[in-house]
Design a protein around this ligand. Structure first.
Ligand SMILES: Cc1cc2nc3c(=O)[nH]c(=O)nc-3n(C[C@H](O)[C@H](O)[C@H](O)COP(=O)(O)OP(=O)(O)OC[C@H]3O[C@@H](n4cnc5c(N)ncnc54)[C@H](O)[C@@H]3O)c2cc1C
Length: 393
């Protein structure tokens, strides 16, 4: 699975996984790595690459083939995320294939599935998810974008920010306030097509890392969206988000662990080549111990992650497990990439080195998809719930 790291065979890994992995690796080598620097400068990955991904069958792998998807289980979706991140490619495929597609598949009407999923799998339509707003992030219940009922359509006003794929997206699944019930009862998910009047996009943000992945603001000014674009039932949006967030968080954990493996592999190679005081860097006990520690941690977290990937494949991943996976994987990634950068010396600070890019990219994994503090809130809520139930017996 990984080059220099002695990671045992993953529990669910089959010959088919190996074949897909080889094909994805070859595709990344030929089509992504030679262009990545250009994409970073342009602050986005071009739509042509999305179409190539679709043609290869690397998008929406666990969407049923009746809707144009790969018809595989989640382990194959996980594999795509892993291989991209292992190679250092930050690309909004998780948002597209593993967040937006499941919303449509799980809550969409037959017409919505036909309209969006097939084209998403082909890469001819790119999806984004709009929850965060300029004044609301962690406290989702407080979101302010409104969708007023105007008979046959909703009138949408408001804005979203930090939206991955925001600039290249063809549509966004936006969380909007549809009524004045309790804060969570008032939220609905609405599919807003990018070419509709009143929907505008900001320029991609200048981020400190993951620079090729476009992230921007979206603005809605008197946008009239047909009622048929409501996803699922009105007022259920908050519940849907709570159902889908564990998978989103697992995706971030998968990317964090694969990025860690990528950076560790690159560092093992670097310390074998680089010399100081007439020795290769790996001959210093400090180097060996630091990397031994990092590799041991990676393997421990990889095992928990594999357990969660199998749970997600069986649609059994709980919110607490999703939160634990994200919290621990992203914190480990931050710690390991920092150690690896140190072992690169000055070269670790230079952008052309993979470790420098990974160091910058790692930081946001503890923020998006819910911050580390919010993950701790979710985990501790479950702990106290158990204690409360035990007290009652
Ligand atoms: C590159 C990038 C891509 C993103 N992609 C998307 C996307 O595609 N779609 C989308 O909807 N959003 C996206 N986001 C937004 C992201 O999910 C939010 O930034 C994140 O949820 C945090 O919200 P916030 O930035 O408003 O921070 P805030 O909620 O303002 O939090 C600020 C600080 O306060 C802490 N805090 C808040 N509440 C509590 C609490 N109750 N207890 C303890 N501490 C607390 C937080 O942990 C954090 O440290 C993206 C963000 C980035 C940077």
């Amino acid at each position: 699975m990984y080059k220099n790291l002695q990671i045992p065979r993953r529990p669910y890994q089959s010959e088919e996984h190996q074949m897909v992995q080889d094909a994805v690796d070859q595709f990344i080598k030929n089509e992504a790595l030679p262009n990545y620097e250009k994409w970073e400068k342009e602050k986005m990955i071009p739509k042509s690459f999305w179409r190539q991904m679709g043609t290869q069958g690397f998008l929406c792998m666990d969407v049923p083939d009746t809707y144009g998807g790969g018809g595989c289980d989640f382990t194959f979706s996980a594999l795509i995320l892993e291989r991209l991140r292992y190679a250092g490619i930050d690309f909004g495929v998780a948002v597209h294939s593993d967040i937006v597609a499941p919303y449509i598949l799980n809550y969409g009407t037959e017409d919505q599935k036909q309209r969006y999923l097939t084209r998403m799998a082909q890469g001819t339509m790119i999806g984004a998810i709009g929850m965060t707003e300029p004044s609301v992030g962690s406290d989702l219940k407080a979101l302010k974008t409104t969708a007023q009922d105007r008979g046959d359509h909703y009138l949408i006003n408001g804005s979203k920010t930090f939206i991955t794929n925001g600039y290249v997206c063809d549509f966004v699944v936006a969380a909007c306030r549809t009524n004045t019930g309790t804060p969570q009862e008032g939220i609905s998910l609405i599919i807003i097509d990018a070419d509709i009047d009143g929907f505008t996009k900001g320029h991609p943000f200048d981020k400190i890392g993951a620079r090729a992945q476009d992230t921007c603001e979206l603005f809605f000014e008197d946008v009239r969206v047909a009622k048929s674009n409501l996803l699922g039932e009105e007022g259920k949006g908050f519940a849907y988000m709570m159902n889908e967030l564990p998978r989103e968080r697992l995706g971030i954990a998968i990317e964090a662990i694969a990025s860690t493996a990528g950076v560790l592999d690159a560092t093992l190679a670097y310390v074998t080549e680089r010399r100081a005081f007439n020795k290769a860097l790996y001959e210093f006990q400090n180097t060996q111990f630091k990397l031994a520690d990092c590799a041991a941690e990676l393997q421990v977290y990889q095992s928990y992650l594999d357990h969660c990937i199998e749970l997600q494949s069986a649609h059994k991943l709980t919110p607490t497990q999703g939160a634990i996976a994200k919290l621990k994987a992203t914190e480990m990634y931050g710690k390991v990439v920092d150690e690896c950068l140190q072992l690169h010396g000055g070269y670790g600070f230079i952008w052309e080195y993979a470790v420098a890019r990974s160091y910058a990219a790692s930081r946001v994994t503890r923020i998006y998809g819910g911050t580390s503090e919010i993950m701790k809130l979710i985990i501790s809520r479950a702990l106290f719930k158990d204690a409360y139930m035990a007290d009652k017996k």
